[in-house]
Design a protein around this ligand. Structure first.
Ligand code: SF4
Ligand code: SF4
Length: 160
């Protein structure tokens, strides 16, 4: 286990800086220094008043096995949510009143979060699941639009 900081929750009161025995929490970029963190010490986690720091395992546990049919249904649902997101985002872009715009944006974000959850469940966001690797390889094997970030996809594949 090692500590990670959610910078969005951090109120910068610096308590974690006082308690960390190695200075791992005191970094220029706001992230906890992985190389200095004493695995599992959790002093910063207990000190943080904002719940901004948590401990994460070095490696994720194996993903629960799902049948091909369940995965296919999860992917279909995720695709439907992505289509809905595109539609309501279009409504948000054309909305005339601020209330309509805000409502449509909230719907778009909600659909995006649901699509992300469904893809995660289908294995695409867990690197060691194999699906994420196959997905990236599939993208690189197929013709893609000119602005497709092929370099980033290759780099991700190297890291998986
Ligand atoms: S878990 Fe311990 S060593 Fe790691 S950052 Fe927090 S206080 Fe520092
Ligand atoms: S203790 Fe928590 S809120 Fe305070 S600086 Fe550290 S991470 Fe941020």
């Amino acid at each position: 286990m090692h500590a990670v900081r959610n910078i969005r929750l951090c109120t910068k009161d610096c308590l974690c800086l006082y308690v960390c025995p190695t200075g791992a929490t005191d970094t220029e970029n706001g992230q906890i220094d992985f190389s200095k963190c004493v695995r599992g010490c959790r002093a910063c986690v207990d000190a943080c008043p904002s719940g901004a720091i948590s401990l994460v395992p070095e490696t994720l546990p194996p993903q629960q096995n799902k049948t091909g049919e369940v995965k296919a249904r999860l992917r279909a649902l995720a695709a439907a949510k992505a289509r809905q997101q595109t539609l309501v985002q279009g409504l948000a872009d054309r909305a005339e009143s601020p209330v309509q715009r805000q409502f449509a944006r909230a719907l778009a974000q909600s659909n995006q979060l649901m699509a992300e959850d469904l893809l995660r469940e289908a294995g695409y966001m867990v690197p060691q699941s194999g699906e994420a690797k196959a997905f990236l390889e599939g993208l690189l094997a197929e013709p893609q639009p000119g602005d497709f970030p092929a370099g980033a996809a290759r780099k991700l594949l190297e890291l998986l």
